[in-house]
Design a protein around this ligand. Sequence first.
Ligand code: ZN
Length: 469
Amino acid sequence: METPASHATSFCIEHADLVVTMDAQRREIHDGAVVTQGPAIIWVGATSELPAALRDAADEVIPARGRIVLPGFVNTHHHFYQTLTRVIPSAQDAVLFDWLKTLYPIWAELTPDDVFISTQLALTELLLSGCTTSSDHHYLWPNGCRLDDQFAAAETVGVRFHGARGSMSLGESKGGLPPDRVTEDEEAILRDCRRIVEAYHDPNRFAMRRVVLAPCSPFSVTPDLMRESATLARSFGAAMNVHLHTHLAETKDEEEFCLARFGHRPGDYAEQLGWTGDDVWHAHCVHLNSREIERFAHTRTGVAHCPTSNMRLASGIAPVRAMRNAGVPVGLGVDGSASNDSSHMLNEVRQCLLLQRVLGDPRAMTAREALEIATLGGAAVLGRDDIGALAPGMAADIVAFRLNTLWHAGGAVHDPVAALVFCQPQPVDWAIVNGRKLVADGAPLHLDLPTLVERHNRAARALVERAGR
Ligand code: ZN
């Protein structure tokens, strides 16, 4: 397999119907152009104002009529391995705790090959849906699985990857939710966290690899491990920008667990453990109260909003409107593929738009705000100033969707931005990540999709068979 890194080049994208910049002025440029050089964008503007010298110097000119061009989406919460266990019948209609207890024994059979193939598949699915940077929260390490397997797989796809080294240490015998056999020793967890940061974390702009420390959730790790993980991440220093991530306030069951076991609501528990700050983001936060939202805003603590998963598991509606009004940094996440059961980022943008309206206010979320959450919002949550917008000096992470399609007919002519979000989500036409073209005509350039799907399906069947299901 050819690695995407071998395609360094420069592009001149011109005559896009619309370029949605997400820059400081939120410019939307009709008949727009974008020029890239290596990993960076060097020019953005109207095609009529494009300097001829820039166009002439480009290795490839990409005509973009009929397309809307945007910064690539940033996915802030996922569990790639769960692509192997989508729609398992016994977990289709369960709430979070029952859903987890059904799936833990299957996930206990994961192998390094499973981790590799599911990472490839999920990242390809994300890429084709407009995502150019993704985090993944992996917290089960049976049978010799390591985060190294994910970094190796991510390199074959070419998407920017923030690997979150997850962990579980509070097994059933200690009052936690997961079976003991999928938990790890806390010293070993911290040792591996340090190893993986030293081996893979790149704090520089345009980094393709970052490491995140990510104990799984209040009901699967001890307070000690939460504290120690935060101490370790921060011990590398602010310049290293090692972030912290976990699940928080996802369900009422979790709130009750935290009150009973720790004597605190989830938001207060996180704060008490040092898990607030601009180097922390929490997945879900469906059940934060107004005081906790204020604290998150004050401390710049981030949130990964996962609307489809919250609906799928009947967890509730995250108060994203209130969070955004208060100033909480919010990104978007598709969440694990066993609770979505998709990694389609544009579809998640649409779900974000729709779910905030369910309570009765159609102005609670607009198409443009949902896109902002999926781009600038995700970049802020991951601690990046180099992605999420199309502007000179930003990373050349650019996606284009066709709008002259059946699905957008009669919509894109009125408002192409709204049509992209309101109408039936489609895959990208092309995608560029870090200045490399990874998708053209809707197909990945560096991976054979039918082979990938076949291998992944084989692995999914074998995994469930090994678990005796
Ligand atoms: Zn999750």
